[in-house]
Design a protein around this ligand. Sequence first.
Ligand SMILES: C[S@@+](CC[C@H](N)C(=O)[O-])C[C@H]1O[C@@H](n2cnc3c(N)ncnc32)[C@H](O)[C@@H]1O
Length: 286
Amino acid sequence: MGGIMTNDLHEANRLSWNAATVAHNSHKGDQAAFFRNGASTLYPEEIDLLGDISGLDVLHLQCNSGQDSLSLARLGARVTGVDISDEAIAFASRLSKDSGIAATFERADLFSWFDDARSAGRRFDRVFASYGTICWLSDIKTWARGIADVLKPGGRFAFIEFHPFAMVFDPGWKPHYDYAPKEPVEEAGVGDYVADSGEGLAVDGYEKGVVDFKNPHPSFEFNWGIADVVQALIDAGLRIECLKEYPYANGWVGFEGMRDLGGGRMAPPEAMPSLPLMYAISAIRP
Ligand SMILES: C[S@@+](CC[C@H](N)C(=O)[O-])C[C@H]1O[C@@H](n2cnc3c(N)ncnc32)[C@H](O)[C@@H]1O
């Protein structure tokens, strides 16, 4: 990894996400019709964290193809979604138009977006990030400072993420990876986890779409531990209101034998002890 700048790693991830996003959306059917029929992709956990967002300015970090952004807009928020992937932002903008749900989508590396937003004095009532976001970011302190800077005083950061402890296991539940490694981990590329999770992530019914997807672009992950995240938010001046852990992962079939507890809450096989698979943080800018 020597000599590679973290910006280059973000750029490598952009290419990998562009390719994977095409595969992911190929399994999700007519998403505009899904939204026109009044549906939402949000889980109860994030709705609880966000509270009432009607009439509020909400910033959605790493929004991918905008399904959750449009679901937030449906709840009455003015939503801005940001993502580095060209393919994801183009898809999100089309989905907004085709579904008739207004939202703004901006393509940028999150760190340069924060710099620009800070200079322009942009401020939001809520900042939201969910499920598979910080593992793509090379610096957790820059992330936390960016969030604090774009929140209005009294504004809230609502964050829900897969638990870093779960990332020590390989797909067969064998402990294999270090917890919260300090170095980026190179992977074969963003995979087709939508295909792996079936109905879990293709909520309007799973379609075959792209078969046996192989990503031609490698990806680089940064698995931040709970202490890294909490300390970065504290150092950025945010007041943590709650930290929760969940013994299931919403929609994600990341390991062998996962079972649905109901509502897409995926838990380890019954024979295994309970493990933390997701966590959530709510933090206020004083
Ligand atoms: C697992 S997806 C998040 C999906 C999200 N939960 C949603 O609402 O659908 C991770 C996203 O992070 C984006 N991403 C990765 N690195 C980024 C960066 N440096 N800046 C902005 N977005 C980035 C990817 O393009 C991808 O869309």
